[in-house]
Design a protein around this ligand. Structure first.
Ligand code: DHB
Length: 314
């Protein structure tokens, strides 16, 4: 049966032929990994969060997957921002936008990186990460609304490329409102909700031990566990933010139905993290196929026909 169903979307002025792509973190640190995303059915390529200098990250084991999700305390291992900026040229071989995640260890580092990126072509947008939970001694900027405003003032004044913000999960209604009030004051293109739920603890009952080495076993929780929190954040920011700010959903997406739920809550694109780590680049085609099948069943031809249209019980 011929299908005229489209998963295409627009983020920061760039067209994505599929609304599904990788979350920053898993399998997006090396040229080979980024090229594999380029060749896959992912609608965009997003880099690992870059710091000013390259970093080894925390000690291993630092990522563990369980039946219900993942825990990680990677500690920002990455090749440094220049590598990811230069990869933009290689990324031109693929018919999709290249987004760069930036996670400087200080406001000064973020500002320096953003200024330098102005010299590079083909970076379709920058996802400024305000929510890394894994660097000892560095609080998550996204939980400090004044600091978030301060860094956005600096960055938005200097950025040449469109800016989006990767947010941590919020759990309290006033916090959603306080962050939305900050974000609505800036010319940002998108927010990505959510980063991992910070500082969870997964333990192994048999060995009576933690399962990752850094930070006495504490780490960011991703995957199945976090979908309800992710959906709540997508939904809440969809209702609170100016409509010119797109929402990118991230958290607990394993299949087409999960992606559908994110879009129904308001997401214009959906990132896959833990499941991408499990399955590799094949997940983008599989989930796209499942989402297309579900849309066909429901009679939707494109994501705009149901995006944000979650109903209340009346
Ligand atoms: C890392 C983890 C994150 O959740 C993040 O946003 C950035 C970096 C890490 O530990 O490498």
């Amino acid at each position: 049966m011929s299908s005229s169903i489209s998963l295409s979307t627009k983020i920061a002025g760039s067209v994505l032929s599929s609304c599904l792509y990788n979350a920053s973190g898993p399998l997006c640190s090396t040229a080979e990994e980024l090229q594999a995303i380029g060749k896959s059915h992912a609608g965009a390529i997003l880099s690992k969060s870059a710091t000013l200098q390259k970093r080894q990250g925390n000690e291993e084991p630092r990522y563990v997957d369980t039946r219900w999700g993942s825990i990680n305390s990677m500690g920002l291992p990455n090749k440094g921002y220049e590598f990811y900026a230069q990869f933009a040229q290689t990324a031109q071989a693929y018919d999709k936008p290249y987004f760069m995640s930036v996670s400087g260890l200080s406001h000064e580092d973020n500002l320096h990186i953003i200024k330098e990126l102005a010299n590079f072509e083909n970076i379709a947008a920058i996802e400024l990460n305000l929510s890394c939970p894994n660097v000892p001694g560095k609080p998550q900027t996204g939980y400090d609304f004044d600091q978030s405003r301060y860094i956005l003032e600096l960055v938005c004044a200097q950025a040449k490329q469109p800016i989006g913000v990767k947010l941590p999960p919020y759990f309290d209604m006033p916090h959603f409102e306080m962050m939305a009030a900050v974000l609505n004051d800036f010319p940002i293109s998108f927010v990505t909700c959510i980063n991992s739920i910070g500082n969870g603890l997964v333990i192994d009952r048999d060995s009576e031990s933690v399962v990752i080495k850094p930070k006495h076993g504490f780490g960011g929780i991703g995957g199945d566990f976090i979908k309800p929190t992710a959906l709540a954040n997508v939904r809440k920011f969809y209702t609170l933010l100016d409509k010119k700010i797109s929402i990118i959903g991230c958290g607990g997406v394993k299949n087409g139905a999960d992606a559908f739920e994110h879009i129904l809550c308001g997401a214009s694109a959906v990132q896959i993290g833990t499941q991408f780590m499990r399955e590799g680049t094949g997940c983008f085609e599989r989930v796209a196929g499942e989402l297309t099948d579900l849309m066909r069943e429901k009679g939707y031809q494109n994501i705009e026909s149901f995006r944000g249209k979650l109903r209340d019980i009346t």
